[in-house]
Design a protein around this ligand. Structure first.
Ligand SMILES: [Zn+2]
Length: 194
């Protein structure tokens, strides 16, 4: 769509993609092979099956991540998020968090952690925080994770990762156990950065 891949685009996206890897020994995204950049938000048409019905969904997206190793980003949104870090929104961190989740092939908010005990604790903490978020939203109470994180576990993990790096104080206050679990996962403590 006319986006030129300049050094600014490369370096900005590479720097943001590096944030979730800072503390991690593996140091790369094992499946990632393509980062596709559009100048702005992009439209995706998808056919969805619901029982005997075939539905056409049209979505306007700022980013996408595929289990086959592709990340798609809107440059406008990447730049806006990077210039307003205090908002805690970061589409690049969001999509690269999905890549970490998708190492096993699909996204479900439970990246493989190396052993079953850690996996079980992760599942318990995520479920508890997910339920707490939904209860707060239902009661009209604020939560730094917001509506989109409550849609499904994969989005919960990706949005929580955005807040972990962008608004660590707000996340640690609203969801201390979740913050602790993400600190163990990412092996960094963004609370110590400012
Ligand atoms: Zn997502």
């Amino acid at each position: 769509a006319g986006q030129v891949i300049t050094d600014e685009v490369r370096v900005t996206i590479a720097a943001l993609a590096s944030l979730p890897l800072l503390g991690r020994a593996r140091g790369y995204y094992p499946k990632l092979h393509t980062v596709l950049v559009y100048p702005g938000a992009f439209i995706v048409d998808r056919v969805r099956h619901q029982g005997p019905l075939q539905m056409q969904d049209r979505q306007v997206l700022s980013g996408e991540s595929w289990g086959e190793g592709q990340v798609v980003l809107s440059w406008d949104d990447v730049l806006r998020d990077a210039s307003l870090p205090e908002r805690g929104h970061n589409v690049a961190v969001h999509e690269f968090a999905h890549q970490l989740d998708q190492v096993k092939g699909w996204a479900n908010g439970a990246p493989w952690l190396g052993n079953r005990a850690r996996q079980a604790r992760w599942a318990a903490v995520m479920q508890q925080s997910f339920d707490l978020l939904r209860a707060r939203l239902a009661a009209g109470e604020p939560d730094p994770l917001g509506d989109y994180a409550a849609t499904e576990p994969a989005e919960f993990f990706a949005v929580a990762s955005e807040r972990f790096f962008g608004q660590p104080w707000a996340l640690a206050q609203a969801h201390p156990a979740l913050y602790g679990e993400l600190r163990r996962f990412y092996e960094v403590d963004p609370l110590l950065w400012s």
